[in-house]
Every structure is written in structure tokens, then in C-alpha cells.
Design a binder for this molecule. Structure first.
Ligand SMILES: Nc1nc2c(c(=O)[nH]1)N[C@H]1C(S)=C(S)[C@@H](COP(=O)(O)OP(=O)(O)OC[C@H]3O[C@@H](n4cnc5c(=O)[nH]c(N)nc54)[C@H](O)[C@@H]3O)O[C@H]1N2
Ligand SMILES: Nc1nc2c(c(=O)[nH]1)N[C@H]1C(S)=C(S)[C@@H](COP(=O)(O)OP(=O)(O)OC[C@H]3O[C@@H](n4cnc5c(=O)[nH]c(N)nc54)[C@H](O)[C@@H]3O)O[C@H]1N2
Ligand code: SF4
Ligand SMILES: [Mo]
Length: 891
């Protein structure tokens, strides 16, 4: 390491993953990488990071990056590429009108990038076809907030999670998806005895750590919260004054709730829950003033997502538990800048700065922007947008910062639709992903985390700087510059003449305050005059930040003052329970989809980290033991899961806690990382009627077993050749190279799968016809260069051992005994990593437990496992419990 770089001060920036918005200290190592630590001063995390944040340093390599613009597969200059984009959009609008162009954005863009894109399309191209992956993520919360509050306002703050007495997590696996915030909740539980309730059909890690888990039937949340509203009303556990003074519509909402869930017993039946659990939940709510109800995708991604949000908000309005310390409804945002996107108006049914398409707002924003061609009405929401592309109505599309060919419902159809575009532009960090591969003709290299410079807003409305600590590599540019470049080519240079992200931010802040007399919640006018230095040094700040109001209040609505015309909140009478589609033959299961702890979405970044591939290395399917037995599916084997829209083949995990009739599969694997793992291809296209958010967690599906004659893995420092046809495979990063787990009908050839072997390489191999195994290790200069293990069974143990040894010296004796036994003889084989932060494998934790560690704290003291981000603590506790159970069994 170069001594000068080592002394350079760390840059204070923010994590590019989830909506918790943790502060990060990044110190470049002078070699293109950086050491990463939590920022002790950042109010989101106070120094903590989760496994993904901690592994950011492993994702900075330039090897997979898109570094130069390309047109039709050829390298182009930026001028050529921007000319081509400008011309493509100009021609399309001239021939087919502004409705034929669209832009599809991302909650992972900075506010400044987002603002620029929204302004260009809605103000200058006259097209409101500006939508974003946040449609798949947050739009039901947005719609629910607007129905209840008249504005898209998150009333509470993170501090409330620490001062609440009861935390109710609905459809949220926060232990894995918002880990640092979840650790703050757990710390409060220890410090002040607050209780955690988790409402989720799956027994997630979050559920395991909870005081009460309600494993409700998928999609029945509205019934649960209706039942609760009825109970609270019956017991008089309401704040009648708040309801009378500050709200409308209570009677109708209560009447409807009574129809849906008249009492606890009816609620239990509707939700498939034990009556005692429902009673326990109602009692907690009834007797506790300080309750925060947090919710995420189990609520949002549903055909009744918006109603679920409002059923939750109804309860908080009825009890007046909103906007005060330790209470309120709380939407956990997924992406780092989901909120910033909403603030700039980056959704097809918003205009800008929390304004919609009311004529006065269109006029106001048009004057502020000095706009050439204002869009006057809502544009197409994501799913409709891709349908319009499919029908040939949208002919020019620009995708920035999202991978819709993987993440949209009916992803195979979405991928096919993309190929029909006349003009298909993608701004990306990586040189290859499923969306680029769907026929993007113009590819623009975008600045990635570490190079990006701007702001993001987290789940508690806190705006933080993301700062660059690496130089822009190759010809990479920030997204806003590409957008401004296209605007200039279309003749709008003056309105997009920013020289820095700070200038964009000031404009955005000024718009938020423009003719805003308190009628709009989003107002950051106090930040409209920051000079470049102030902007660079900006400390994390929560909105509202009104000019001249001094320190902004940090919560909304304790005293009413909602954003409806009469300033009163609205109760919503939610619709009776219904599913978009019922599972019936030939698709008798309900397929739920979601996230795992150590991968982020389509894996373009976390997939590069060896550490993060250690926890779960393959795409999988969770199924209950009953269902597995009935369908002939075995744990550790393979299953084909199919729906009307597509199919995947996944490794089976029989989960004793899974609800019969339901399946779960993670969303992360895609065409680049697995042969048959594109789970988005299976998801139906139904959307919530108010928000347009897809129902991604309840697609009718079928399963059947898949048998492969052989299974195995390959490791290589240099990568792999083509896999044989009909192979099932998944790629996983290895500490010094690449790993491939596979299954198929016949063994692959060594030379075919691992090309580039040299005559001087030493090959140690072992063929065992009796067992049907073939095992080979290739050494170059005494170090393990590559390996291939094939047999009738999974080779998990050897995989874990050799993956860590790739590139390392190994003796012939060690490798021979591994080949003979299929597992390491030196005791070093230790199973999958449980603690990704400290690299502690399962075997070491088991050893500590057998050695006498009686609880997670003792395991932590002995092994360090679970002492950083804590996301592995549920797994450690589960291992402890399993050991206790085994010991309790009399011999
Ligand atoms: N590790 C990791 N963390 C992430 C991300 C990631 O990719 N990886 N992505 C980020 C993003 S963008 C998002 S949006 C968030 C998502 O964060 P979460 O919403 O917490 O994650 P999911 O796994 O999508 O879904 C949460 C849970 O909803 C449950 N669920 C399904 N149907 C229902 C239902 O009908 N009712 C109820 N009550 N629950 C149901 C599922 O079983 C699942 O456990 O995570 C963010 N954090
Ligand atoms: N079945 C199912 N589908 C789902 C979900 C689910 O739970 N189930 N969840 C949905 C949700 S909540 C979400 S948020 C989406 C996420 O889905 P996507 O947004 O499609 O997933 P990502 O992998 O985050 O894609 C981001 C892409 O942008 C690139 N990128 C990152 N930063 C930048 C940048 O600053 N500029 C540019 N130009 N490119 C950048 C990355 O390399 C990557 O290719 O998936 C949705 N789809
Ligand atoms: S919780 Fe983890 S992924 Fe989320 S912002 Fe913090 S470090 Fe990043
Ligand atoms: Mo999301």
C-alpha cells in the first residue's frame, strides 16, 4: 500500500444499498480500492454497518465496468453517443409524439441525477412517461400516504423505533433487509424491554427474534388491521379528540372493518392465525401507547398494497398515535434514495417536489423551469410502460440505474419487449447485465458508488451527502451530465447548464419552496442558498427544512395539520379481502419472492464480493416438508417451479417453518449469475389498483422435482469456458477467482470448463468409478489454480474448503485426502459462512457451542461471530437452540 494514500483522510459518504442510509468512512488505498468503516457520527448508524455495507470494498473492481460509451456494440465518443440519444428521442417525438418516449429510473440514483431526468422529460420533452423501479418498491406507500395525509409524508423518525414500547413489523424482514436499523430496534429491546411483533407468512430471521410472530396467510393484512380497528373501537382504546378534530371518514372505515373482520375470531379465521396470537397482538396494541408499525414489501407489493397501508394508518389515526415520540406508521424504504426520487417527482403520476399534475402545479413548475413543453397528465407506470413497449407504442426508452429485464414482473416478456425498441439507451455501471443484453443499442458508462457525488434521502427523510473518493475511471460520467448533454443537443442547454451537482441541488431546493406557503410538506428551502462549500460539507439533515424556520420540527401530524384541502386526515374504508389470482390446478401453490441477507437485487455489485457469496451461494426454493413429500421433492435436490409466465430450476430447501401451500424464492439470481434462476420471469403482472405496484409476492405456481445425474463445482482463478448444454449452474465469487456450482446429465470436460491450462500445470486427479466421482485439482507454481469436483451428490464440503484455498499453496497430501474423503482431513473444513463480517463459518460456531458457549454473547466473545452488524445473530441463536434440543433428547 502506498504510504501517502494510507494517510489520506477518509471520505464521509453514505452506503449505496438500503434505505437505512448509513454513513460510511471510505479511505482509498491508492490501488483503486478502499477500506470501509461505519461513520460513527452519522445519525442513521452511529458507526455500524451490515454485511453488505462492510463488504463495499470488495465491489470496487473495474473489471466488470462499462468504461466507454458504445453504439451498436462499437466504442463511441461521448459526443457521438449523446448525439445518437438526442436524435433518437427527437425523431421519435417528431414522428410519434411525446407519448412514444419514456425513461425508466431508479431509487439508486442520486437526487441530482433524478431531478435532471425528471425535468428533461416532464418539462422539455412533454412526456410524463417517467417511471422508476420505486414503482415496484414504494408506490403503495406513496399512494397510501397521499390518501390518508394528502401528501407523501413519512411522519416519524428512527428515534421513535428506540423509544417505542411495541414495534410491529408487517411484511418486513428487517433483520436481513434493514439490518442496522433492526439492530437499533434490538438494542432498544434490551435497553428498555420494548416488544417486537412480526407479521409475515414466513418464519424469517426477523420473526425468529420477535416476541410474537403472526404467520398470517399471505395477503390478509387488511383483515388483521381491520379486526384491530374494530377491537380498539369496542374497547374505547381510541383518541376520540384526535379523530374528531383532525380526521374524516372514521365511521365508514369502521363500518367496513366490521364487515371484513367483526371480531378477533373472525380475524383469526380470515388470516389463518391462532386466535390466541391474534388476541395477544390486539392486547399489546390496546394497552400500549407507544407503538410504531413498520412495513415494507409484504405490504407494498400486493394487489391490495395501498389498502394494506391505509388499514395500518387507520389504526394509528384512530389512536392518535402519530407524529409523537415513539409512535406512528413507518414505511421502511428499500433503496438508498427511494425518498429522494419521490421528492423530485420521479414517478409517472407525480410532477415535481411533491406536486402532482393539477393545473396550478403544472403552471407553477412550468414557470419555475421556464419549461419548453410541460407534460400535463400522468404518464405510464412501470408495468403499463413495458406493456406499451411490447405493443410498439413506446419506441424510445432510456433506462438508468435499474435492471428491468430481471426485476420486472413477467421478466421474460419484459426482456422480449425491450428488443422491439427503435431507440434503446441504457446508462450503466456494468458492461453486461440482462437489460443491456436485451438489445440496448446505446450504452452510456455511468459513475458508480465511490465516484458519484450528490445527495440521497433515507427512510426518515434525512438527506445525506454521497461523496466521491475515487476518480472517474475511463470515460465514465455522472448520470446527470449525460442527461444534461442530451438536453443540450435537443436545444435546451440553458435550462440544463449546471456545472456541479450542488447547482442542481440548489435548484431542486428552490423549487420545493417555490410558491409553497405551507401547502406542501416537502420544503427544503433552507438549503436553497448553500454555496459549493456548504454543499460539500452538508451534514445529514432531515426535512422539512423551511427557510427562516430555524431548526425544523422532525415529525409530522401530532397536531393534525394534514395536507388535504381541509387539513384533515382521511380514514380509508378498505376493500374486502381479495387476491389477484387464486392458486388452483395446475398452479396450486402461492409463490412468494424476496431477499436474502447478503445479496443486493440483481447482484451486479454484491455478486462481486467473495465474502457475500459465502452465506448463500445458489438460487433456492423454500417449501414446507408436507408439500415436498407429496410432490417428491427432497431437501438439497432440485425443483422446477413454474407459473403461467415462466419457469426456474432452484435448489430445494425444505423449511419446517414454511406454510404449506406456499413457496419462497429469492429475487437476486439472473441470466448472468445462474442458468435457471430468473425468478422475476415467474411473477404475474397484476398491480395494485391505486399505486400500480406489482403483486410480486403471490403468484400461483407449480413445482416438480428435477433429477440430475451428476453434480459438482468448479473453481478457477481465471474464469470458465462454456457450460455444457442442459447444465444447471450458478456462479459465486471466490476469494481469489471464481466459483461455479453445477448439475447436469454427464460430467463436463476439464478442458472445456476450465480453459487456459498450461503444459507446466500440475494436475492431481482421482477417478472413482465405483462412486461415480471425478475430482481434479490444478496447481500452478505450487498454488491451487483451479479445481473440478464431480459426482452423483452435492459436493458442499469440498466446495467450502477449496473455495477458500483457491490461489493458495496446498500440499499434495491435503488435496489427495480431500479427494478420497470428499472432505478435508485437517479439520479446516468448516461449512458455509454464517458471520460474513468476521468471516466465521458454521463449523467454528458449532465448535464454540460444543465447547460450552451457552448464548450468542459467549459465541461472539469466543469467535467474534455476530459482533459487528449482528445480522447473523438469529442464525447463531437457532444453532444454539438446535444444540440444546439435541442435548435434551435422552440417549
Ligand atoms: N439484503 C438485502 N437488503 C435489502 C435489499 C436487498 O436486495 N438485499 N433490497 C432493499 C430494497 S429495494 C427493499 S424494497 C427492501 C425490502 O425489504 P423487505 O420488504 O423486508 O424484504 P422482502 O424479502 O422483499 O419481503 C419482506 C417479507 O414480506 C413477506 N410477505 C410476503 N407476502 C406477505 C403478506 O401478504 N403479508 C405480510 N405481512 N408479509 C408478506 C415475505 O415473506 C418477506 O419475508 O430491502 C432493502 N434491503
Ligand atoms: N419478484 C420480485 N421482483 C422484484 C422485487 C421483489 O421483491 N420480488 N422487488 C422489487 C424492488 S422493491 C426493487 S427496488 C427492484 C430492484 O431491481 P433493480 O433496480 O432492477 O435491481 P438492481 O440490481 O439494483 O439494478 C440496478 C442497476 O443499476 C446499476 N447502477 C447502480 N447504480 C447506478 C448509478 O448510479 N447509475 C447507473 N446508470 N446505473 C447504476 C447496477 O449496476 C444495476 O445493473 O426489484 C423489484 N422486483
Ligand atoms: S443497513 Fe447495511 S445496506 Fe443498509 S445502509 Fe446500512 S450498511 Fe448499507
Ligand atoms: Mo425496493
Amino acid at each position: 500500500m502506498n504510504a501517502h494514500a494510507a494517510e489520506a483522510p477518509a471520505t464521509r459518504t453514505t452506503c449505496p444499498y438500503c434505505g437505512v442510509g448509513c454513513g460510511v468512512l471510505a479511505k482509498p488505498d491508492g490501488l483503486g480500492g478502499a477500506t470501509i468503516a461505519g461513520d460513527p457520527k452519522h445519525p442513521s448508524n452511529f458507526g455500524r454497518l451490515c454485511s453488505k455495507g462492510s463488504a463495499l470494498g470488495e465491489t470496487l473492481s473495474l473489471s466488470a465496468r462499462l468504461l466507454h460509451p458504445e453504439i451498436d456494440g462499437r466504442r463511441a465518443t461521448w459526443d457521438e453517443a449523446l448525439d445518437a440519444v438526442g436524435e433518437g428521442f427527437r425523431r421519435t417525438i417528431a414522428e410519434h409524439g411525446p407519448g412514444a418516449v419514456a425513461i425508466y429510473l431508479s431509487g439508486q440514483l442520486l437526487t441530482e441525477d433524478y431531478y435532471a431526468a425528471n425535468k428533461l422529460f416532464k418539462g422539455f420533452l412533454g412526456s410524463a412517461n417517467v417511471d422508476t423501479n420505486s414503482r415496484l418498491c414504494m408506490s403503495s406507500s406513496v399512494a397510501g400516504h397521499k390518501r390518508a395525509f394528502g401528501a407523501d409524508t413519512v411522519p416519524g423518525t428512527y428515534r421513535d423505533l428506540e423509544t417505542a414500547d411495541v414495534l410491529v413489523l408487517v411484511g418486513s424482514n428487517a433483520a436481513w433487509c434493514h439490518p442496522v436499523l433492526y439492530q437499533r430496534m434490538l438494542a432498544a429491546k434490551v435497553a428498555r424491554g420494548s416488544k417486537i411483533v412480526t407479521i409475515d407468512p414466513r418464519r424469517t430471521s426477523t420473526a425468529e427474534e420477535s416476541d410474537l410472530h403472526l404467520p398470517l396467510k399471505a395477503g390478509t393484512d387488511t383483515a388483521l388491521f381491520c379486526g384491530l380497528l374494530v377491537r380498539l373501537a369496542e374497547r374505547g382504546a381510541m383518541r376520540a379528540g384526535f379523530v374528531a378534530d383532525f380526521t374524516e371518514g372514521f365511521d365508514a372505515a369502521l363500518a367496513r372493518a366490521k364487515e371484513i373482520a367483526p371480531d378477533a375470531a373472525a380475524t383469526a379465521t380470515a388470516c389463518g392465525l391462532a386466535l390466541a396470537d391474534v388476541e395477544a397482538f390486539f392486547a399489546l396494541y390496546e394497552t400500549t401507547e407507544r407503538v410504531v408499525t413498520l412495513y415494507s414489501q409484504g405490504v407494498n407489493q400486493s394487489s391490495q398494497g395501498t389498502d394494506k397501508v391505509n388499514a395500518i394508518i387507520n389504526v394509528h389515526l384512530a389512536t392518535g398515535r402519530i407524529g409523537r415520540e415513539g409512535m406512528g406508521p413507518f414505511s421502511l424504504t428499500g433503496q438508498p434514495n427511494a425518498m429522494g426520487g419521490r421528492e423530485v417527482g420521479g414517478l409517472a403520476n407525480q410532477l415535481a417536489a411533491h406536486m402532482g399534475f393539477e393545473p396550478e402545479a403544472v403552471d407553477r413548475v412550468g414557470r419555475f423551469w421556464n419549461a419548453a413543453a410541460m407534460a400535463k397528465a400522468d404518464g405510464l407506470k412501470a408495468v403499463d410502460m413495458f406493456d406499451a413497449i411490447e405493443r410498439g407504442e413506446i419506441k424510445a426508452l432510456w433506462v438508468i440505474g435499474t435492471n428491468p429485464a430481471v426485476s420486472l414482473p413477467r421478466a421474460d416478456a419484459a426482456r422480449r419487449a425491450l428488443a422491439k425498441l427503435d431507440c434503446f439507451v441504457v446508462s450503466e455501471n456494468v458492461a453486461s447485465n440482462d437489460t443491456l443484453g436485451a438489445g440496448a443499442t446505446i450504452r452510456l458508462p455511468a459513475a458508480a458508488w465511490g465516484e458519484k457525488d450528490g445527495t440521497i434521502t433515507n427512510s426518515e427523510r434525512r438527506i445525506s451527502r454521497q461523496r466521491a473518493f475515487l476518480a472517474l475511471p475511463g470515460e465514465v460520467r455522472p448520470d446527470w451530465q449525460a442527461i444534461a448533454g442530451v438536453a443540450a443537443r435537443l436545444g435546451f442547454g440553458e435550462a440544463f447548464a449546471w456545472r456541479s451537482p450542488g447547482e442542481i441541488f440548489r435548484e431542486h431546493a428552490a423549487l420545493s419552496a417555490f410558491e409553497n406557503d405551507g401547502a406542501r410538506d416537502f420544503d427544503i428551502g433552507a438549503l436553497a442558498d448553500l454555496d459549493t462549500r456548504d454543499y460539500d460539507l452538508l451534514e445529514p439533515v432531515q426535512w422539512p427544512a423551511r427557510k427562516g424556520v430555524g431548526r425544523a420540527e422532525s415529525r409530522f401530524f401530532a397536531e393534525g395539520d394534514f395536507y388535504t384541502p381541509d387539513r384533515r386526515a382521511r380514514f380509508v374504508a378498505v376493500a374486502p379481502l381479495a387476491h389477484a389470482a387464486e392458486p388452483t390446478a395446475p398452479y396450486p401453490y402461492r409463490l412468494n419472492t424476496g431477499r436474502i441477507r447478503d445479496q443486493w437485487h440483481t447482484m451486479t455489485r454484491t455478486g462481486l464480493s467473495p465474502r457475500l457469496a459465502s452465506h448463500i451461494a445458489e438460487p433456492f426454493l423454500e417449501i414446507s416438508p408436507e408439500d415436498a413429500t407429496r410432490d417428491g421433492i427432497v431437501d438439497g435436490g432440485f425443483a422446477r417451479v413454474s407459473t403461467e409466465h415462466g419457469a426456474a430450476i432452484l435448489r430445494v430447501r425444505v423449511d419446517p417453518a414454511a406454510r404449506p401451500g406456499t413457496l419462497f424464492a429469492p429475487i437476486h439470481w439472473n441470466g448472468e449469475t445462474a442458468s435457471h434462476g430468473r425468478v422475476g420471469a415467474l411473477v404475474h403482472g397484476f398491480v395494485d389498483p391505486f399505486s400500480g405496484q406489482p403483486d410480486a409476492k403471490a403468484t400461483p405456481a407449480a413445482v416438480s422435482p428435477v433429477d440430475y445425474a451428476i453434480q459438482g463445482f468448479a473453481l478457477s482463478q481465471e474464469g470458465f469456458g462454456a457450460t455444457p448444454d442442459n447444465f444447471w449452474w450458478a456462479k459465486a465469487a471466490a476469494p481469489k477467482g471464481f466459483g461455479l456450482i453445477f448439475a447436469g446429465d454427464a460430467p463436463p470436460s476439464l478442458e472445456g470448463l476450465i480453459p487456459g491450462l498450461e503444459p507446466t500445470d500440475e494436475i492431481v486427479d482421482l477417478v472413482d468409478p465405483a462412486r461415480g466421482t471425478y475430482r481434479a485439482a490444478i496447481f500452478r507454481d505450487g498454488a491451487l489454480q483451479a479445481a473440478l469436483f464431480v459426482g452423483p451428490q452435492r459436493q458442499e464440503s469440498a466446495w467450502t474448503y477449496l473455495r477458500a484455498k483457491l490461489g493458495e499453496p496446498l500440499t499434495t497430501g491435503q488435496i489427495r485426502s480431500l479427494m478420497l474423503a470428499g472432505r478435508a482431513s485437517d479439520g479446516a473444513e468448516t461449512g458455509p459462512l454464517v458471520c460474513a463480517c468476521h468471516g466465521v463459518p458454521k463449523g467454528v460456531i458449532e465448535g464454540a457451542i460444543l465447547g460450552g458457549c451457552a448464548d450468542a454473547t459467549a459465541v461472539g466473545a469466543a469467535t467474534k461471530a455476530g459482533t459487528n452488524c449482528g445480522s447473523c445473530l438469529p442464525e447463531i441463536r437457532r444453532m444454539l437452540a438446535a444444540t440444546r434440543e439435541r442435548e435434551a433428547v435422552p440417549a
